[in-house]
Design a protein around this ligand. Sequence first.
Ligand code: GLU
Ligand code: MG
Length: 442
Amino acid sequence: MPHPSSPSSILTHYLVTDLAGITRGRGAWALANEGLKSGVGWVPVNQIISPFDTIASPNPWGSHGDCRLRTDEATLVDVPLTPDGPRLRFALCDISDLQGQDMGLCARSFVRRMVEELAAMKIRVMASFEQEFWLTLPGEDGGTPGFSYQRAVRHEPFSSNLMTLLEQAGVEPEMLLAEFAENQFELTMKPSFGVTSADRAVVSRELVRAYAHRAGGHASFSPLRHAGGVGSGVHVHLSLWDGEGRPLLYDSAGEAGLSRIGQAFCAGIVNHMSALCALTASSVISYERLKPHRWSSAYTCMGDRNREATLRLCPVVGSDPASIARQFNVEYRAADATANPYLVLGGLLAAGLDGIRTDAGMPPLVNSDPSELPEEELRRAGVERLPQSLPEALDRLEKDALLCEALGASLVEALILAKRHEADLCSAWDADELCRRYAAIY
Ligand code: GLU
Ligand code: MG
């Protein structure tokens, strides 16, 4: 039966990413020339739905509660999924109460608060989320070497079309590469200021999954596909800039090239690392990835170009100091895509801010695999194993007064409740089952 055509109306989705890192929302049917709605109705308890679509009971709202998804028009994405296929049209939103006020549940607003606090100190943060993922396409089940051109070529024209889609969506894609493990890829995007890097993480994941599905395949950003195997991480690159566009992180005379303010910012992140894991590696399966010898990071330390360190000072090219200063950035490696990108970014900024405010000194540099260093050396450097389970990370977060205050009581309460519920659900599953379940969802 032919569909009645209504060419002048269009379905626009209003979206928010919940505390499980899942982007949810509603579609509104309206005339295309009407412009975006200022927001749509929403339910606060939706923020704490588990990845397995269950809700902790009891929860703070019971069967009550209403709020709004408030549209951020600047985030509108409107792209054709395929040249003759459907348009994907969506905007990202903040969560507010019915009067438009922040009700403490919005992870995106948390990032904005941290960005404003930094701006009050005349500091701007540039960030980029580098994301690894698993991709299977029809007839392409693996068997190609890591980083190989063979794998890249076999995924054409999928890869080039995907990059075009990402470009049209405004996320400024940079690289798409065949990663080390079978069926593993990595996507990088240009760095951007403020909340935009986290928005780009959200948009790019949705588009990669949608486009892979359209191609008859499957893309998953789950941190682990096979128990004991290679992980897929989200590495967050950060650099600091002043209001005039001058880089602040680098000083050729500073230890490992870090300026005084850079040292303090990094020290803040290192000092809060165990608690940060609750925000950046916030699912049960995250802890199957955060193990030594996988370049996924497993210890609370910073290292100079060390891929086993949770905070890595990244390499720079060339010898011109001005160019080096602009390239210089640090990479936080203990994140994955089961975490809400706004909690990841906001948490890192809150921790870094604390380092700057307390003028924290340079953290010790760990430039080899920490799991191979003697216990005594680790103790002297104040280096610990990262939490080894989600409940352990949540305990650390609850004890971290600084991060709890930055997040606000409502967000902490909601996160702890949702994540303890998720941990309970998963307790019945072994590592293989966890891999299957999370890969199907993320
Ligand atoms: N796949 C590794 C991880 O779990 C990272 C490998 C790399 O350095 O790109 O984070
Ligand atoms: Mg990688």
